[in-house]
Design a protein around this ligand. Structure first.
Ligand SMILES: Cc1cc2nc3c(=O)[nH]c(=O)nc-3n(C[C@H](O)[C@H](O)[C@H](O)COP(=O)(O)O)c2cc1C
Length: 184
């Protein structure tokens, strides 16, 4: 028989990302693991932000944010953006990351990130601890080495599980492998 534990989300590993927000006047970078994919056409992602975060006001004010995927070389920056606040720290300087000029949004992206998803907030849902922003992805800005045949290459991300950072990597299967006919 299984043991019954207190309710918790338990959904892990999650890809930790750095969300950039704000505009030319004031901008910031916040590490988030509670991000999700919720719609294909148009592409929509969610970002769950605690009410205490400085970034929340910036996202609310501009109605935009950019999701920057994080690979291993960005792990240190990701941690810094997750333990310091934009209230008293220039996280771009502290983390050694470069502001890229937004293309479809006013907020900057991170030049060093493999893929940056520029998003427009289309909906906000206020839950007891987190505000959930639904962002329509307006475009994807890719580092040169993160594109293959015109498509984004998603690899080398960091899997966040219960306070630990792990490399998300080894391929162990492929979509629909159970439906494929065995090779003769
Ligand atoms: C790996 C990691 C994941 C995090 N995930 C979230 C998250 O999903 N939502 C959230 O509100 N805070 C999350 N945080 C905490 C914020 O990044 C942190 O409180 C940050 O200092 C807030 O910055 P700000 O005050 O400049 O907005 C996470 C931190 C780390 C290190």
């Amino acid at each position: 028989m299984k043991m019954q534990l207190k309710p918790s989300t338990c959904l892990a590993p999650l890809p930790a990302v750095i969300v950039t927000c704000g505009d030319e006047t004031e901008n910031n970078a916040i590490t988030l693991a509670w991000v999700g994919t919720v719609n294909s056409e148009p592409p929509i992602v969610t970002a769950a932000v605690r009410y205490s975060r400085h970034s929340l006001g910036l996202i609310e004010r501009t109605g935009e944010f950019t999701v920057n995927l994080v690979d291993t070389p960005l792990m240190r920056a990701m941690d810094i953006c997750g333990v310091t606040s934009g209230r008293d720290t220039d996280k771009f300087a502290a983390a050694g990351i470069t502001r890229g000029k937004g293309v479809k949004v006013k907020c900057p992206h991170i030049e060093e990130s493999p893929l940056s998803l520029e998003c427009k907030v289309i909906k906000r849902v206020d839950l007891p601890t987190h505000a959930v922003f639904f962002g329509e992805v307006l475009d994807v800005l890719a580092r040169e080495d993160s594109v293959k045949n015109g498509r984004p290459v998603i690899e080398g991300l960091i899997a966040y599980t219960n306070g630990l950072y792990r490399a998300a990597g080894e391929q162990i299967g492929s979509y629909g492998f159970t439906a494929k006919r065995p090779e003769k």
